[in-house]
Design a protein around this ligand. Structure first.
Ligand SMILES: O=c1[nH]c(=O)c2ncn([C@@H]3O[C@H](COP(=O)(O)OP(=O)(O)OP(=O)(O)O)[C@@H](O)[C@H]3O)c2[nH]1
Ligand SMILES: [Mg+2]
Length: 486
């Protein structure tokens, strides 16, 4: 499991945003991908089987499409119904909100009397009681279902005056009940915290289960050495909803509640008949990052991919901005270097496909030189000096045979690396011919055309070049590779 992969978080709707908000504050290095199942909320009145099924669907999407390293169920009802089942079936760690909230409440209570407000589903499951009693069997627990609170928050009425009156009314019994600690046992409820606080009084400790869950996430990351070592900017977090794409209530609440400077990346997931979740654009267009700083190569690769019908959005490396680390090409083979390029970029873009090319010219009479040193044979990417060095070294030598090699390495989320090689044989001329192409192109004569690469059009070069052949080879294995996983 790659520790730089994102953490998935799921909820029935906007409630989990209270957990995300705390997580964004306390875990600056992690990237979060959130799903709010707004199309099927509220979960409170649903059957256990339904909640388990929905929770699995979201978990499956996040695991297969987003390669999450950990799942947080930021919903009390879903935790009560599905946590144990998910923990058994999934291979990644799964964390719920109930145990951390129960533990914090047990630590906070002095008079051993704890109140809980939650959805009916959570209250009926008795999940909090069970947990609380694990830490102290004699603690008195008073639970109250508050399904209306969820609806008020989801309808973006959590700051309304009328909502305040409802909260004051509903929570009045707790004042008389002698509790000293109240668990907000639904992740929607922290949005109502000011009203809840007013209703129960200052002396009562409010436990926000979601906030307590952050400690559990931290502990788990530490224990499994899964802390991301890249500082993810939380503006990269993605928020999915399952309701209609033109319903922007979620975005309004999320923008207001999370108060982030950049516009939130809110996307829509379609629920397909069999319960699978799909993001249509993401399905048709996975991103392919070309891990190369060589613009000539990028242009060639884009043109060839287009030619052979590989329909992916190609992202050049330089569009990733400052986050791209330096890649030291100290391998002894083209494959080693190409792998290094691909893996370095995969670390900063774990959810994308990455294609790297390492290539070079190998001259028979020079024992394969310049080979992996092609880019820096005489001077670093100094084509003029590199060409001169080749011509000088071959002066008086009649054997002019040479070969270009391109080794491509493709990596992708949860995929083994795919390697494809292309080679083209030719002759080194005694002077430069032609102006097209780059690198050693003016010295590399292709017998079939009796022209150097630099005298061929881009299209002609791509038909026979090492890079063109390597990409054709890659294309052959691509459909199978895209289907498979590690
Ligand atoms: O005349 C050429 N026609 C080609 O078609 C070609 N392909 C590779 N080369 C040479 O080999 C080096 C690769 O080195 P290389 O794989 O490290 O690439 P690079 O450093 O240029 O870019 P990057 O992909 O590493 O960012 C390049 O710089 C060139 O000198 C070529 N020369
Ligand atoms: Mg290079």
């Amino acid at each position: 499991m790659n520790k730089n992969n994102p953490i998935g978080m799921i909820d029935s709707g906007v409630g989990g945003l209270t957990v995300i908000k705390e997580a964004q504050k306390q875990l600056p290095n992690e990237q979060f991908i959130f799903i709010g199942d707004t199309a099927r909320m509220p979960y409170g009145p649903r059957t256990t089987d339904e909640v388990i099924a929905y929770t699995f669907q979201m978990a499956n999407y996040l695991i297969t499409e987003k390669q999450i390293k950990m799942l947080v169920i930021a919903c009390n009802t879903a935790t009560a119904c599905a946590l144990t089942v998910l923990q058994k079936k999934l291979t990644i760690p799964v964390i719920g909100v109930i145990q951390p909230g129960a533990q914090a409440a047990q630590l906070a209570t002095k008079n051993k009397t704890i109140g809980i407000i939650a959805t009916d589903g959570t209250v009926n499951s008795k999940a909090y009681e069970l947990q609380i009693h694990q830490y102290g069997a004699d603690t008195k627990v008073l639970s109250q279902g508050e399904p209306d609170f969820v609806q008020l928050v989801e309808a973006n009425k959590y700051q309304d005056h009328a909502t305040r009156d409802i909260v004051m009314n509903h929570l009045a019994p707790f004042k008389a009940a002698g509790i000293d600690t109240l668990i907000l046992g639904c992740t929607h409820f922290p949005l109502l915290e000011p009203f809840i606080r007013e209703a129960v009084g200052k002396q009562i400790t409010l436990i926000d289960s979601g906030r307590e869950t952050i400690y559990a996430i931290k502990q788990c990351l530490n224990k499994l050495a899964l802390n991301s070592d890249i500082k993810h900017n939380h503006d990269e977090d993605i928020y999915y909803t399952t309701s209609d794409s033109d319903d922007d209530t979620f975005k309004v609440i999320a923008t207001n509640w999370l108060a982030r400077i950049h516009e939130l990346d809110v996307r829509h997931l379609k629920i397909v008949d069999n319960g699978t979740l799909q993001h249509l654009e993401e399905i048709s267009m996975p991103r392919l990052i070309l891990a190369s700083n060589n613009q000539h190569k990028i242009i060639e690769i884009e043109a060839i991919l287009n030619d052979i019908g590989i329909n992916l959005t190609v992202t050049p490396l330089n569009s990733l901005g400052d986050s791209v680390p330096e890649i030291i090409e100290d391998g002894t083979t083209f494959e080693e270097n190409a792998t290094k390029k691909a893996m370095t970029i995969a670390k900063i873009a774990p959810n994308d496909y990455i294609l790297a090319d390492d290539s070079g010219l190998s001259i028979d009479a020079l024992n394969g030189e310049p080979g992996v040193y092609s880019a820096r044979y005489a001077g670093d990417h100094d084509d003029q000096a590199n060409n001169d060095k080749v011509l000088n070294k071959l002066e008086g030598i009649t054997s002019r045979e040479a070969q270009f090699t391109s080794v491509l390495v493709l990596v992708g989320p949860n995929k083994p690396k795919l390697v494809a090689t292309g080679t083209v044989r030719g002759l080194i001329t005694d002077q430069r011919y032609g102006d097209n192409g780059f690198g050693y192109d003016p010295l590399f004569l292709v017998p079939q055309f009796d022209k150097t690469f630099a005298q061929l059009t881009a299209n002609e070069k791509n038909q026979v070049s090492h890079r063109g052949l390597a990409l054709q080879e890659l294309g052959k294995h691509l459909p199978e590779w895209l289907k498979g996983g590690v």
